[in-house]
Design a protein around this ligand. Structure first.
Ligand code: TYC
Length: 131
């Protein structure tokens, strides 16, 4: 029998709460985390959020404003208004954050933007910085 034919629910509530004899002996009915007289600590799940990275867009004197707006809409899922605001921030202040992502996604986005700009002969640049 393969696992698709097996009708036993593997992660069902019933299976999860069924009494079972573990390393510390069978559960006694005196409370959810007590095994006899031993207080047992809940295992803490070892999950951490990944470090985040900002994709920054840099100003230059040559890339057309409407091209930058199109890039922000396409690669960073901004609407026209948001994209225009971010483009103008880059234009006036030199750089601005386009998005914050885990490192591999931030680096892929930055590379995609630069490749796309080069395909259109624009010098637009992005940087990735630890958030
Ligand atoms: N400074 C550019 C211009 O005047 C516009 C521009 C905005 C370029 C943002 C790059 O990341 C940029 N055409």
């Amino acid at each position: 029998m393969n696992r698709h034919q097996d009708s036993t629910p593997r992660n069902s509530k019933a299976a999860a709460s069924a009494p079972r004899a573990g390393r510390l002996g069978p559960e006694k009915p005196e409370g959810p985390d007590r095994h006899g007289d031993a207080a047992v600590e809940e295992a803490r799940p070892k999950v951490k959020r990944p470090p985040m990275f900002k994709v920054m867009m840099l100003n230059d004197d040559y890339t057309p404003m409407d091209f930058v707006v199109e890039v922000l809409e396409t690669f960073f899922r901004m609407d026209r208004e948001q994209a225009t605001r971010v483009m103008l921030t880059v234009h006036t202040r030199g750089k601005a954050v386009c998005g914050v992502y885990p490192q591999d996604i931030a680096e892929t986005k930055a590379a995609q933007v630069v490749d796309y700009a080069r395909e259109h002969q624009h010098p637009l640049m992005c940087q990735v910085e630890r958030a």
